[in-house]
Write a protein that binds this ligand. Sequence first.
Ligand code: MN
Length: 317
Amino acid sequence: MTVRIITLEEHFASPGLMDRFGRQSFHNKGEQLCDLNERRIAEMDAAGIDMQVLSLTSPGTESLAAEEAVKIASSANDFLATAIERHPSRFAGFAALPTAAPDLAADELERMVCQHGFRGAVINGHIQGRYLDDQFFWPILERAEALQVPVYLHPAPPPQAVIDAYYTGNFSPEVTRMLSTAGWGWHIETAVHILRLILSGAFDRYPKLQIIIGHLGEALPFMLPRIDLVLQPNLTKLQCPMAAYLRENIHYTFSGFNFTAAFLELLLQVGVDRIMFSADYPYGSMEKGRDFLTQLPVSSADREKIAHGNAELLLRL
Ligand code: MN
């Protein structure tokens, strides 16, 4: 396949983030995460990936108090901006934000978009147990809409109280750890976050706001008809049915979910114009993602939209 391929959920770590959380927090991927130079580009070339849109890896700045988050977010953004300046045809960026200080976060987003050409922001899940439906965070949403850039809502582990109540049971702590994260919890956590955001009326207030989620929709496509049926506007007091927000305010990427049936469910529920490619580097394989993209049962025109066209439109690449 020779079409341009842009990947949207690709991670890096800054020196400041590494120091703060320690190398053991990065699943033995520290070296790959920290490299924004020849090594990464060689891997992209080998896998046929033209551009990575980069975001600061989880655990990001969302678990930090405001003062520390401001420092780590801005230094990570400057680190990424330098890499993009070196390799402008290969890298683009989503800004890390000090979400605990929403007005400062909005200003940091504007700084990176307006001065450094960043394409949006990444938010790694709940902010110390608080979710984006909380109006405390809406200065970030307002600024993203005004700047016409999307926010990538990336998974994070659920709050500890949820892990205790939900994911701790008659099985080992090792099972709890995986069940509450990659095996289920990350994804359901993100799906609930999106539903809370919609139900808060955030998209009625900011109707042009666009959120990106990964993992073929974090199980939302499977549930979409049920959500739409049960949570109707006479109950929610929203301007639109739930399905409308899921089809008009949310974009979806792969993130290593190379699963044909799940892809088809997403395609049938939201349409091809909402689907973009991602590999979740370095946690997911760029080669396997590309192979999956290449063999998707879609027309070549739709494959081009997924591989690069939709991302070019949304991110102005
Ligand atoms: Mn990821």
